[in-house]
Design a protein around this ligand. Structure first.
Ligand code: F0G
Length: 351
């Protein structure tokens, strides 16, 4: 059979699972590594997009969630809880269904995309909108998991990082070696931590000859790692990375420093421009937060900081269908035509 088996079966020997671990999976991972034509032209490099929006619930979170829910089930948990800006909640909700568990999610009031709210609801999870931001939600989720019989499945749970590191394995498997640079959006900083772990483990085992420089990009209005201090009221249109006090802050700094990389900020304007470019010129529809990686690469290239001839991978973390409002806003309104070929042809500029 050629069916992809999900990240636990594909990378079992590199993950903390045993024969006793119940594998709760939606066959996540195995996502496309798409050559990016325009980005390669603009940078003089070979640029690839790791399209994580192709995962079962629409984001990279599924890699971590298959591990977190499988381990929670192994430990006998009957309920899981998470804080989320959207994607984690959708993923936890779906995997909890597969595991027969109750799922509770805490989201910031009014700051979660409708698509993600819909997923959490249709999978039957219990949603609480918290009168606060993501950082408040995470504090609350942690507190609840310490006091009550409910397992925390945010990326502060180390098995989440274990699952997410498999994306680095897939990239090395596809390219035959690690890229020169790996670019990611950074929010709570779990994913940059996970990729760096994956690249290091593969290199240590001789699966690659090197590790990439890790480039992380935060949104300018919520860039605590860049400014060096928590942001009390983080602001950005990229709701997924609207996070003022990242849980994996120290690990992200380690990934940056050990790899010879960088963590910088991109403005909402740069994010939206990369978002539109990805859709209009590469055919890849991502959510705004995902475009932060590409915005950062383009910014660095414009400033002459990207040497040509390198191999670069940008992770685009989530599917654009999460929040189609951004795609529709500012675009020309569709026109209505009668059921008439000539009229339609005229409107399309064919006649
Ligand atoms: N991109 C997307 C689409 C995300 O959903 C997230 C995080 C990130 C990037 C940042 O990744 O936190 O590992 O640095 N979303 C979390 C959530 C916070 O609740 O879904 P990170």
């Amino acid at each position: 059979t050629h069916q992809w088996r999900g990240i636990i079966e594909e990378y079992r020997d590199r993950l903390p699972v045993t024969a006793e671990t119940p594998v709760v999976t939606l066959l996540e991972g195995g996502t496309p590594l798409v050559p990016a034509q325009l980005l390669s032209e603009r940078t003089g490099c070979d640029v690839y997009l790791k399209v994580e929006g192709a995962n079962p619930t629409g984001s990279f979170k599924d890699r971590g969630m298959t591990m977190a829910i499988s381990k929670a089930k192994e430990a006998g948990a009957q309920a899981v809880i998470c804080a989320s800006t959207g994607n984690t909640s959708a993923s936890a909700a779906a995997y909890a269904v597969r595991a027969g568990m109750v799922c509770a999610v805490l989201v910031p009031q009014g700051k979660i995309a409708l698509g993600k709210m819909g997923q959490a609801l249709v999978h039957g999870s219990r949603i609480l909108q918290v009168d606060g931001n993501f950082d408040d939600c995470l504090d609350l989720a942690r507190g609840l998991s310490e006091k009550y019989p409910v397992a925390l499945v945010n990326s502060v749970n180390p098995v989440r990082i274990e699952g997410q590191k498999t994306a680095a394995f897939e990239i090395v498997d596809a390219l035959g070696d690690a890229p020169d640079i790996h670019v990611l959006p950074v929010g709570n900083a779990g994913n940059i931590t996970a990729y760096w772990k994956g690249y290091r483990e593969y290199a240590a085992d001789g699966m690659s000859t090197r590790t990439p420089r890790m480039w992380g990009f935060q949104a300018a209005g919520s860039a605590p790692i860049v400014t060096g201090a928590p942001v009390r009221d983080p602001q950005t249109i990229a709701t997924a990375i609207r996070i003022g006090n990242p849980a994996s802050w120290k690990f992200a700094e380690a990934a940056r420093d050990e790899s010879g990389g960088l963590i910088e900020a991109v403005t909402d304007r740069q994010i939206l421009s990369a978002y539109r470019l990805l859709a209009a010129r590469e055919g890849v529809f991502v959510e705004p937060a995902s475009a932060a990686s590409v915005a950062g690469l383009l910014k660095a290239a414009e400033e002459g900081r990207v040497d040509p001839g390198q191999r670069i991978v940008c992770t685009v973390t989530g599917n654009g269908l999460k929040d189609p409002d951004w795609a529709v806003a500012g675009a020309p309104q569709p026109i209505t035509v009668p059921v008439d070929a000539d009229a339609a042809a005229e409107r399309l500029g064919l006649a």
